[in-house]
Ligand binder design. Structure first.
Ligand code: NAG
Ligand code: NAG
Ligand code: NAG
Ligand code: NAG
Ligand code: NAG
Length: 479
């Protein structure tokens, strides 16, 4: 007990010193700047097509889990038990809100809060909880009527538009957890892995089945945690997403309309923040792998007001840079509907998309507007209305010389397989100049980013594909 108190005092002093040294401008937004803290906080969440649970996988509990521990001299003191991780709908836990116990969606969201309470680290100006591994299955059974359209309950419709092998295609995955262990040489290592193919045995080979894995490893008192990811699609699960997220520690995070837990102890706001991260892509995941060097997510209404949980008017906003060189620009002079209405240069000059001599078409993979926006400039593509709990808007970028001022990739292949790098991205500056829809005459939304993610979305592959990558040194700092 006395020992613990002593350690806490030491940690507190260390924090004060770190903040003091970095001073104004160098302060961090994340609880674990640079992923260097020996006492790791990492959690897992799995989402179905519309970012809910729907149905739990048999024997797996609710698809939320965590691995959180402190290092005390020679052993790891874990805060989350396997019984906590296996908690599933119908089973009570401390703090569970009445009415949530028998609802798989509400239960998962409450379980995240509970795991957060076990993992929480006190800090200034706010406590924080964990890095979040997010796994999502893009199958949608349109005959189920499970996903709302732009947040509004919608009737079932005929299959064909989204991948689904039949009843049960929206299932949650098997999840295996290797709780972090300390071994000789001061190496700490743990993992989450599993498959969507219920009943299959990943121990006897991955042929024909889906697979995901995140392994974290660190040497005590030295360097960063290294998160090694692997994602494999299969015929039954051709559209899968795996990200490592720094989410808001309270309120909503990107794509999620429930109270969340995370790593962003201060929410970064455009334009004054940067993201530092080391990315090593070892295997790309095929031509459909939309690898996001960085994906930022937030939420505001079409009139610029902050989101309040009303899924009919809240709009998820995402922007991401896709670094797979096989990803083409769908935006072009002959496909203006896939481009944002204008581009803004670093010196704040607006270039309209019909200005074919100057608009950087190759810098945009795809722009789509929220389907429920009322004053859209035509031609326009609207975003898929089913794959989020509410309407969404996407601004998808590609490496291009126009992004050089922000430290982003400037040419195809930058940051890709064989080009591992530590990036220092002026995410705040770039995101302050991206086009996002707003109703005419409304005050501009504050661009406060509630999620910063990295990873890949293998977007409906026609054969089994494997992506592998590592992430380390992640930090968000103010400029
Ligand atoms: C939850 O479901 C169980 C089993 O069906 C039932 O006994 C219990 O009353 C339900 N609880 C609530 C709060 O609805
Ligand atoms: C998945 O993780 C478990 C530990 O939880 C490990 O024993 C197993 O080898 C891993 N499977 C694969 C295919 O990597
Ligand atoms: C810390 O890690 C670096 C890079 O991995 C390595 O070169 C160095 O020897 C390590 N230092 C110690 C004290 O282990
Ligand atoms: C802004 O930058 C563009 C090139 O990106 C250049 O052509 C233009 O002259 C600049 N405008 C001003 C006002 O500096
Ligand atoms: C280009 O688009 C802008 C904004 O929509 C419009 O004001 C302008 O008239 C268009 N120019 C041409 C040549 O079509």
């Amino acid at each position: 007990m006395a020992m613990e108190t002593h350690l806490r005092v030491v940690f507190f002093l260390v924090n004060v010193v770190v903040l003091g040294v970095s001073g104004a401008g160098g302060e961090t937004a994340v609880g674990d700047p640079g992923m260097r803290r020996d006492g790791l906080r990492v959690a897992f969440e799995a989402w179905n097509f519309c970012n809910e649970v729907g149905q739990e996988a048999p024997g797996m509990g609710s698809p939320r889990a965590a691995d959180c521990f402190d290092l005390s001299s020679s052993f790891l003191k874990h805060q989350v038990s396997e019984a906590d991780n296996k908690l599933g709908v119908g089973q009570p836990f401390p703090g569970l809100a009445p009415g949530a116990i028998n609802n798989t969606d509400l239960y998962a969201m409450q379980k995240e809060l509970y795991l957060g309470s076990l993992c929480q680290v006190e800090d200034t100006p706010n406590p924080w909880q964990f890095w979040m591994v997010m796994l999502k299955n893009g199958n949608y059974d349109t005959t189920s009527g499970l996903c709302p359209r732009n947040g509004k309950k919608a009737p079932p419709f005929s299959p064909g538009r989204f991948p689904c092998f039949g009843k049960g295609c929206m299932n949650q995955p098997m999840l295996y957890h290797q709780q972090t262990k300390l071994s000789d040489g001061g190496i700490m290592r743990g993992s989450f892995n599993g498959t969507y193919d219920l009943g299959s045995d990943i121990g006897s080979g991955l042929d024909g089945i889906s697979f995901y894995e995140v392994v974290w490893e660190k040497t005590v008192s030295n360097g960063s945690w290294v998160f090694s990811h692997k994602l494999k699609t299969s015929k039954k699960y051709p559209w899968l997403m795996l990200y490592l997220r720094a989410d808001a520690t309270t309120g909503f995070s990107g794509g999620y309309h429930y109270d969340t837990r995370g790593m962003l102890k201060i929410l970064p706001e455009s334009p004054n923040f940067k993201v530092k991260v080391t990315l090593d892509v070892k295997q790309g995941g095929g031509p459909k792998s939309q690898f996001y060097l960085i994906d930022i997510g937030s939420c505001w209404k079409n009139n610029g007001a902050p989101c309040d949980g009303d899924v009919l008017t809240d709009i998820t906003r995402y922007s991401e840079m896709i670094i797979n060189p096989e990803t083409p620009a769908w935006c072009s002079p002959t496909n203006l509907g896939n481009c944002p209405p204008y581009h803004v240069t670093p010196n704040n000059t607006k270039i309209y998309r019909n200005d074919t001599a100057n608009f950087p078409y190759g810098a945009y993979h795809y722009y789509c507007a929220p389907e429920n926006a009322q004053f859209l400039e035509k031609p326009v593509s609207t975003c898929d209305p089913y794959s989020n709990p509410q309407a969404q808007e996407l601004v998808q970028l590609l490496p291009h010389p126009i992004w050089a001022d922000y430290g982003y990739p400037t040419k195809q292949g930058d940051g890709w397989v064989g080009d591992a790098r530590t990036w220092e991205l002026d995410v705040g500056g770039l995101a302050s100049r991206l086009y996002f829809y707003q109703d005419p005459g409304t005050p501009p939304a504050r661009r406060i980013w509630r999620s910063i993610d990295m990873g890949t979305e293998i977007f409906v592959s026609d054969k089994d594909e494997v992506a592998e990558w590592t992430i380390s040194d992640f930090d968000v700092t103010f400029t």
